[in-house]
Design a protein around this ligand. Sequence first.
Ligand code: URA
Length: 252
Amino acid sequence: MRLDRFVSMAAGIARRETAAWIRDGRVQVQGREVRNARMQVAASGEEVRLDGELLRAPGHVNLMMNKPAGCISATTSHEHETVIDHVPAALYHPKLAPVGRLDKDTTGLMLLTTDGGLSHRITHPKRKVAKVYRATLKGPLEPDAAARFAAGIVLADGTVCREAGLETMSPEQVRVVLTEGRFHQVKRMLGRVGGHVIALHREQIGPLALDPSLALGAVRPVTDAELRALIDALAANAETGVAPEPASEVPA
Ligand code: URA
């Protein structure tokens, strides 16, 4: 792999910027300053440093997106804009795919990854990864809605949902916590307790919370600390089957 690509992927920075850093002498390979962006690295595990800081060899690409309404959770489409269309060229990888699905009109946290194993572990119902949604409603829910969510809502087609969290934030806004991911599940569950969803936004997947500084449509790499927390939570879920607590903060 070319040195500018290695630095770009490892640091999550656009390639033209890393090429400039290399020209400026900020990158060292095996302890030696290298100003040739085309130099091949990583094949034999060279140590690459940026301003003296060791860069981790780029492996899988994991990105966090604040999904806007109007794009679909797919990699390609002839008809619709996809979540992948929002990935800037500097972060793009041909194997990137969304982890699970959000409806076209749903906004908020979407994880994109090249790591099929990670994606499978997050979406597998057995892992019971908590997904937190904020729903804006046309009007208030029936008074026993939270108790019915806790007991397990039965959908119109007879599907029995797992117990789920429902917190009322205002008469027209609720937070829903699910540990499974059925088609239109939040909208269908809220429909059973008198709710009509006019906007739906995902705030969190397990311990991974949407970065409040990400504007709609913006994408950034998942940090090492975020990835570590997610992987640790998945491992804990596998051992205990217990979903992690969602954060109580509402992103702005
Ligand atoms: N539930 C829904 O109804 N829609 C989504 O996009 C996600 C969960």
